[in-house]
Design a protein around this ligand. Structure first.
Ligand SMILES: O=C(CO)[C@@H](O)[C@H](O)COP(=O)(O)O
Ligand SMILES: [Fe+2]
Length: 218
């Protein structure tokens, strides 16, 4: 299964966002992970779809919108129109998860569901055949630069087993505290899309991306 690095722009320099994003892409990142926070589902407010719209003309790479917002069904069409390719909603934020997943697919976008560290896999079990990706949060969402929660590796392993047993083709994304020093171990658990925020954007972006890719593909 192809492994992909998805830099999270939450840790980029917002005053030079386009430049930072293009540097990460030129160094080998294949997705751009866009963290949308509403100050309700998570404590912080980040940015909304105008930022996706502003970045869209710069590149054709996959834009992966991680919506950490309450009742995301209200905004699916807006994010689709802004240029997101994958739209991820939190299972914990949707009263009618199946309906929201279909809203995303009806917009012609890839549908993904995220689960927080303490949320069991059963929350996504029935919608799994409808999904392109599951995002297993490896920190409690809301902030960049947090420490990876080790028990999440076991959850990724169980999810990969569930996907294989059901004979499905679903990506597993991990997000939170992922860096060069732990990415190989997390990949071994069965994840194949890796969000890295601070590990990419703090310091030399090009050097960071190259080091992460090297460890990711070990
Ligand atoms: O969704 C989130 C945080 O809620 C993430 O995408 C973070 O932006 C990841 O940052 P690092 O833990 O990699 O610094
Ligand atoms: Fe994220």
């Amino acid at each position: 299964m192809k492994k992909i690095l998805a830099p999270s722009i939450l840790s980029a320099d917002f005053a030079n966002l386009g430049r930072d994003v293009l540097t990460a892409i030129d160094a080998g990142a294949e997705y751009v992970h866009i963290d949308v926070m509403d100050g309700m589902f998570v404590p912080q407010i980040s940015f909304g779809n105008p930022v996706i719209k502003a970045l869209r003309p710069l590149t054709d790479v996959i834009f992966d919108a991680h919506l950490m917002i309450e009742d995301p069904g209200r905004y699916i069409e807006d994010f689709a129109k802004a240029g997101a390719d994958i739209i991820t909603v939190h299972a914990e934020a949707c009263t009618h998860l199946d309906r929201v997943v279909h809203q995303i697919k009806d917009c012609g976008k890839k549908a993904a569901v995220a689960i927080n560290p303490a949320t069991p896999l059963s929350a996504i079990e029935y919608v799994l055949p409808e999904l392109d990706m599951v995002l297993v949060m490896t920190v409690n969402p809301g902030f960049g630069g947090q420490k990876y929660i080790p028990y999440c590796g076991e959850k990724v392993r169980e999810l990969r087993k569930m996907i294989t047993e059901k004979n499905l083709d679903v990506d597993i994304q991990v997000d939170g505290g992922v860096k060069a020093s732990n990415i190989a171990a997390i990949a071994e658990c069965g994840a194949n899309i890796f969000v890295c925020g601070s590990a990419v954007f703090e310091g030399n972006i090009e050097k960071n991306v190259k080091e992460i890719l090297e460890q990711m593909n070990k």
